[in-house]
Design a protein around this ligand. Sequence first.
Ligand SMILES: Cc1cc2nc3c(=O)[nH]c(=O)nc-3n(C[C@H](O)[C@H](O)[C@H](O)COP(=O)(O)O)c2cc1C
Length: 172
Amino acid sequence: MKYKVSPNNKVFELREEDFIVSKTDSKGLITYCNKIFIEYAKYTEKELLGSQHNIIRHPDMPRSIFKLLWGTIGQKKEIFAYVKNMSKDGSAYWVIANVTASLDENNSIIGHYSVRRKPKSTAVRAVSDLYKEMVDIERRSGTRDAISASTEYLMSILSKGGKSYEEFVLSL
Ligand SMILES: Cc1cc2nc3c(=O)[nH]c(=O)nc-3n(C[C@H](O)[C@H](O)[C@H](O)COP(=O)(O)O)c2cc1C
């Protein structure tokens, strides 16, 4: 089910003790979410279960970050990423997310698991500026070249600091 949500300027901050948890099947359809997930997403559990995880995608998020996310978990590695999410009422909330693949006894991916916590406000400021530039690059490059252009920009910024995306995320 697709919901038409437009972003507004409201941003909600997580509490220090909040853990936002969700699980998906191998295709990214939500199979579980905890109460805190529901509280911030502002959808009902019924609306969330069986939906694609992009139900809470915020338009301020660069597409290349999700490409990196899926590429990393597809290799059965974990990823830490800053994500701006959008609630059903158009408000936003920033998280630092850890996403992993769930494997069966044959080492095949049977689903994914994500835990999100409150990010530091200094990190949110740094990442919002970076993501804003990346989204602008994606818009200017057109659909076909969007992801490669913003990935190239991200890599150039990271290589200046001599860090991988993970090292950058964990250093903020
Ligand atoms: C376990 C797991 C958790 C995810 N969590 C989020 C999330 O919190 N917010 C989000 O926008 N996308 C999340 N995604 C990525 C989405 O599946 C999707 O790739 C992203 O929203 C971009 O959607 P789009 O390709 O339709 O633009 C998650 C994916 C997985 C596998």
